[in-house]
Design a protein around this ligand. Sequence first.
Ligand code: KG4
Ligand code: ZN
Length: 339
Amino acid sequence: MKEATILAIESSCDETAAAVVRNGRIVLSNIISSQIDLHTLYGGVVPEIASRKHMEQINQVVEQALAAAGLGLKDMDAVAVTYGPGLVGALLVGVAHAKALAFAARKPLVGVHHIEGHICANFIENKELEPAFGCLVVSGGHTHLVNVKDYGCYEILGRTRDDAAGEAFDKVARAIGLGYPGGPKIDRISKEGNPHAVEFPRAKIEGARYDFSFSGLKSAVLNYLNHCEMKNIEVNKADLAASFQNAVVDVLVAHAMEAAKEYGFKKLAIAGGVASNSALRGAMKAACAGAGIEFYHPSPVLCTDNAAMIGAAAYYEYMAEHFAGWDLNAVPNLRLGER
Ligand code: KG4
Ligand code: ZN
């Protein structure tokens, strides 16, 4: 095995992050500067503000990552950066910074797909995990069911037709008045609610059994709220949140388990911000145990955006000698598996 210590940078949304990762699995440092408090004022991420804040933070975040690892840029074998998908202005800050560092220090540059990073977060705490496996990627911008055939080799089995799972959490939380970011708040309040209080629809898509749709569910929650308001019925927020969460989790787990059966996965993983959801983790754990499937998930801090996962993914790109040129650009709608 080739040894490689990689400085990784992530700035695709609202966290400015840098990490130093050795051989794709050993995290020497993982610094995350979150902008959540700033965007909470507006009820969601404001792209212009995100880019400006990344510019302010990136230098010190990278310096902190190197210092915490006890290493300098000269000790790195490569500099890696998320180049898509994400907010173009936010991505550009990371890409430009990584290019400047790599060029100045004469290090190879590695461009990483953000979703590939989320998937590879599973390698960090599960040193024995190797492809092939199935992975449910559920974040604020993406909902993908992926066949991880090999390192860097992905087949997308299903994707969302409308809202991402995290987006649905955020929109429903806002409608119930829980604030931003909605996912963790719905997770917390649902613990006190009855998940069967309201029966919400579980969308199925004709001819695409692994695709997802969450906009109908979101509308059903909004209709339920309107109905209660018109009839002067007091809404039990915990019951409503728990019932919504249960509907999302049901669909995610059902799709993952069906795919495991069809593709013969012996291992299933989850990734992305929504993978830190306690109900999803519990339901996946139980379903996998029942089916004799090994279940993997990152710690919550490695589920939401971070640069350690980018360093993990970058190692396998580095090993395959997939280096980026100095013309590397941000690609806001980059698809998984594309270069
Ligand atoms: O992966 P991530 O940090 O950013 C993207 O790449 O989109 O995911 C953020 C999303 C947000 O929508 C947030 O509400 C959701 O993950 N999220 C959760 C939980 N923690 C974060 N959703 C449900 N339950 C949680 N505990
Ligand atoms: Zn993400």
